[in-house]
Design a protein around this ligand. Structure first.
Ligand code: C2E
Ligand code: CA
Ligand code: CA
Length: 790
């Protein structure tokens, strides 16, 4: 079946040949047969007519003369022609018709012609008889048989010819189908493997070579398109990478046909699978509810106008994570009615987060998350304009934790940080939403109380803060006690801008600290004057440190209760101010301590005292003990001991002639360090006295640890002891306690004879006070010694 293909050219040609030749044969046959038979009949008929025409005159003549014999002879002669079947002559002159027949088998006579002809007398022209002639057409059948045989042979020959033609044709066309078969093998994905076989140099060969050229071209085309595809896919990879790196996804939406084409990155941004089919509406469903309506409106607007658009909004990713994106694009409208929306969507979450972080860093304190000074300024500006408009008040509270540095130094910065966070949270809880707290550094907080009705309101809040914070705080494993000092400034009376209000609140806070901490102060003019004074004093101190002679040492004697002699002396600092005259320590020591100038001033005093000791030693009053006051900053200064030892050597005085007075609060602040300094003082041979004893909270157990020699009973107790029973009890207790610990006691502020009697009775060792002498310059002191000890 494979070989007989109805559509093949050879089959078609053969069928056409067979059909047309069959039709031709049938036509030719029928035509030939017709022509032949007609022709033959005509010939026979004409032959018969000729015969008739030949014999009729002879028969007519003989009949007119009644000659029968010649007619018989003629008849017999005529029968020589085998085709003449019958000759019949009828005449009135004859009794019977003359009949001549050829003795032929009847069955052989398939067809015949019969003619009748009248016979006339040649002279009279009268009818004398009739002639019948019967002529056989049998010879025609034979003739036709030959014709048929001839035709059949012709057809057979023709069919044979067709067969040969078909074979030749199919042989000639076989390479063509081979070629077709081979060309079917062409695989566009492996064009190199394909090569047509050699074909003869004929028409098919030229088709084959044309096909080879075509395939070669095709191969080049495939190669070229492969290169293009490779280039395209490289570009696509680049584009994909670039989109990925930039977090940019691109998409195109054909609005009319509702076809959405998304780049891979869009799927990644959405966190969906590449295979998931997204329509424009499902794409919109990823937008957060609060943004959706806005995005839709902008897009619809852009579509209506055919304009560009640029939208920032949020998407909810497949994993419910919310991200920020920006979509930029344009709408293209074509005359054909096509509307396309082309856009890029960028994941800007990091950018937004960074911006938020930067904003946070710019506006919030990283540790406590409270607003910083910048944000405070913004809020203060709002509060200011509101207060101006409504003619209302607002307050600025300046908070500073008491002794926070101590926590940082002893427990570490982590604990300090945690405490600050804890306090920030507590403050948040106390305050209203409309108030704002900010940390402006270290342990300093600023609270803006918006809309207070009266100054009282600020005080109420300050009290609330104090009581809330002044409790035990559990920070990590530590139970911490912390107190706060608060300064309050109120708009409009204390200032009209934040800067001014903050300065005033700071001043008030400073005053609160000075007032024993753990309290609040509302700003007043006096505080400012104080601050201004501090600044002036600081400046003048700086100048006097340059000119050491402005500092003078005055000496106050101490009287031994047993011997009633001067047993020692306390060196007290006086400042001879170049313009203001003599200034007492109360007016500048605190300031010098606060700004650290006390360290330099202290060294000036120590040097002057040691100088005076060596001077006094020359005057043979015995080796008097000189007490020098040390404040915390001096005491903890590491250069102190080397400085003293160096001077002792230089002036050749005994270290045992020096006693250092430190307050009990100082020694309690940092016990370990104090202990180590005290031990060093003991090592070099000097002694230590605890000054202002009774005002602090030192306990016996601490005192036992310290290598101290003397307790100095604070003058407050001594001065009042004769009127105040409690003070008297305190003084008595201190003395007996000191005795129990083996310490000497010095009472200061001894102003009256009663003081002397009472203290002597109580067993106090030494007395110091105006009753004997106030502090006097060295020269006067030597005169006093001279007089008193003699
Ligand atoms: P302090 O160490 O308690 O010194 C005793 C203070 O009491 C002296 O005041 C002295 O003049 C005063 N005083 C003495 N007897 C009486 C009395 O009978 N009644 C009254 N009401 N007061 C009496 P001054 O000299 O003004 O010193 C005040 C404080 O200044 C001292 O208190 C001391 O803490 C500090 N100070 C004085 N000189 C120095 C110094 O050289 N270095 C340091 N760091 N501090 C000093
Ligand atoms: Ca003292
Ligand atoms: Ca004192």
């Amino acid at each position: 079946m494979r070989f007989i293909n109805i559509h093949s050219i050879s089959t078609k040609i053969i069928i056409l040949l067979v059909v047309t030749s069959t039709l031709f044969i049938v036509f030719t046959f029928s035509m030939a047969k017709n022509i032949f038979s007609h022709g033959f009949e005509k010939i026979v008929y004409e032959k018969m007519l000729i015969t008739q025409d030949t014999i009729i005159p002879q028969i007519e003549l003989n009949l007119s003369y009644d000659f029968t014999l010649p007619i018989v002879e003629l008849g017999n002669d005529l029968l020589e022609d085998k085709n003449i079947l019958l000759l019949k002559i009828e005449s009135k002159k004859l009794h019977t018709p003359l009949i001549f027949t050829n003795a032929l088998k009847k069955e052989n006579i398939s067809s015949q012609y019969t003619t009748y002809k009248k016979l006339y007398d040649p002279k009279t022209k009268k009818e004398i008889g009739r002639l019948t002639l019967m002529y056989s057409t049998n010879s025609y059948d034979n003739y036709m048989q030959d014709f048929y045989g001839w035709i059949i042979w012709g057809i057979v020959g023709f069919l044979a010819f067709i067969l040969i033609i078909s074979l030749l044709l199919s042989k000639a066309l076989r390479p063509l189908s081979n070629l077709a078969q081979e060309m079917k093998q062409f695989n566009p994905f492996e064009p190199q493997k394909f090569q047509l076989k050699e074909f003869k140099d004929d028409e098919i060969g030229s088709i084959a070579s044309a096909a080879n050229i075509m395939i070669e071209n095709l191969r080049k085309y495939i190669q070229h398109s492969d290169e293009l595809t490779a280039e395209l896919s490289t570009k696509e990879v680049h584009l994909r990478d670039a989109q990925r790196i930039a977090n940019v996804g691109s998409w195109e939406y054909n609005i009319v046909e509702d076809i959405l084409i998304l780049s891979d990155e869009v799927y990644r941004i959405l966190g969906t699978k590449l295979s998931s089919h997204l329509t424009f509406n499902t794409f919109l469903d990823y937008i957060t509810l609060d943004d959706k309506a806005r995005v839709k409106m902008i897009l619809e607007n852009a579509i209506k106008k055919g304009s560009r658009f640029n939208i920032k909004y949020k998407l909810i990713k497949q994993n419910s994570k919310v991200i920020h994106v920006r979509t930029r694009g344009k709408v293209r409208k074509k005359l054909t009615g096509e509307i396309k929306l082309t856009a890029v969507t960028i994941d800007i979450t990091k950018e937004i987060k960074n911006k938020q972080t930067i904003e946070r860093l710019a506006y919030y304190d990283a540790l406590t998350n409270l607003p910083n000074r910048t944000l405070l300024q913004d809020r203060a500006n709002i509060a200011l304009s509101k207060a101006k408009r409504n003619k209302s008040k607002f307050a600025i509270l300046f908070l500073d934790l008491d002794h926070f540095k101590l926590i940082n130094d002893t427990l570490g910065h982590n604990v300090g940080d945690e405490l600050l966070i804890h306090i920030a949270n507590q403050l948040k809880n106390i305050l209203r939403q409309s108030d704002s707290i900010s940390r402006i550094g270290g342990d300093e907080f600023i609270i803006l109380l918006s809309e207070i009705k009266s100054d009282e309101d600020a005080s109420i809040i300050a009290n609330k803060i104090l009581s809330t914070l002044n409790t035990e705080h559990q920070i990590s494993s530590n139970k911490l006690h912390i107190s706060t000092s608060i300064g309050i400034a109120i708009y409009p009376q204390n200032g009209t801008n934040l800067e001014e209000l903050m300065t005033k609140a700071d001043t008030a806070m400073y005053d609160a600290k000075k007032n024993g901490r753990n309290n609040y102060k509302v700003y007043s003019q006096v505080m400012s004057e104080h601050i201004n004074n501090v600044i002036l004093v600081e400046n003048d101190l700086r100048a006097s440190i340059q000119n050491q002679d402005d500092f003078k040492v005055y000496y106050q004697p101490k009287i031994d209760t047993k011997t009633s002699n001067v047993s020692g002396v306390e060196a007290l600092l006086r400042w001879e101010h170049p313009t203001k005259g003599l200034i007492y320590p109360d007016e500048f020591i605190k300031i010098a301590e606060d700004n650290g100038a006390i360290v330099s001033i202290g060294k000036i005093i120590i040097q002057k005292v040691i100088q005076d000791i060596s001077e006094l030693n020359k005057l043979s009053f015995g080796e008097l003990k000189f007490a020098i006051n040390l404040s915390a900053k001096q005491f903890l200064d590491t250069t102190l001991i080397p400085f003293i030892t160096q001077l002792i050597k230089e002036y050749d005085v005994k270290a045992s002639q020096l006693e250092f007075e430190i307050t009990e609060t100082l020694s309690m602040q940092n016990i370990q360090e104090s202990l180590s300094v005290m031990n060093k003082i003991k090592e070099i041979g000097s002694s230590i006295a605890i000054d202002d004893f009774g005002t602090g909270y030192s306990s016996l157990s601490y005192l036992k640890q310290f290598p101290i020699n003397t307790l100095k009973i604070d003058k407050e107790f001594v001065i009042d002891m004769t009127q105040d029973k409690d003070d008297k009890t305190i003084v008595r207790t201190i003395i007996s306690m000191a005795q129990a610990l083996g310490l000497r006691t010095v009472a200061e502020g001894v102003e009256t004879k009663e003081h002397v009697t009472a203290l002597t009775l109580m067993g106090c060792n030494e007395l110091q006070g105006f009753h004997f002498s106030k502090a006097i310059p060295f020269k006067e002191f030597t005169a006093f010694l001279q007089e008193y000890n003699s």
